[in-house]
Design a binder for this molecule. Structure first.
Ligand SMILES: [Zn+2]
Ligand SMILES: [Zn+2]
Length: 107
């Protein structure tokens, strides 16, 4: 029972929250409007989960967008990024919980 609404070809935003320390991050599921996808990475310097846009038409213009490799943390410009495993809290290593009751569409 929910207000869930799926629109084909769009990504949806979901929230993850850590019950241990309260850290919250957003993630995107599905493909973007221009064929890009969003990868979640953990920055080892500022210990946050960051969303990186990978692929799609942007990658045709900016080749570095084709991969997660060599990208910078959007927050602190660190290069020390790891792919996020989808559940480990970067602050306290707790298990983050997905909150998918909240959907917001983006294009
Ligand atoms: Zn935590
Ligand atoms: Zn960072």
């Amino acid at each position: 029972m929910g207000r869930k609404l799926y629109i084909c070809g769009m990504a949806q935003k979901v929230w993850y929250q850590c019950p241990g320390c309260g850290y919250k991050c957003e993630a995107y599921e599905g493909k973007g409007f221009f064929g890009q996808r969003i990868s979640q990475v953990v920055c080892m310097d500022c210990r946050t989960v960051q969303n990186l846009t990978v692929g799609g038409v942007i990658a045709d213009v900016v080749p570095s967008f084709q991969t997660e490799y060599g990208r910078l943390c959007p927050q602190c410009m660190s290069q020390d990024l790891r792919l996020w495993d989808g559940h480990t809290c970067p602050k306290c290593s707790g298990n983050m919980v997905k909150n998918d009751d909240y959907h917001e569409f983006w294009t």
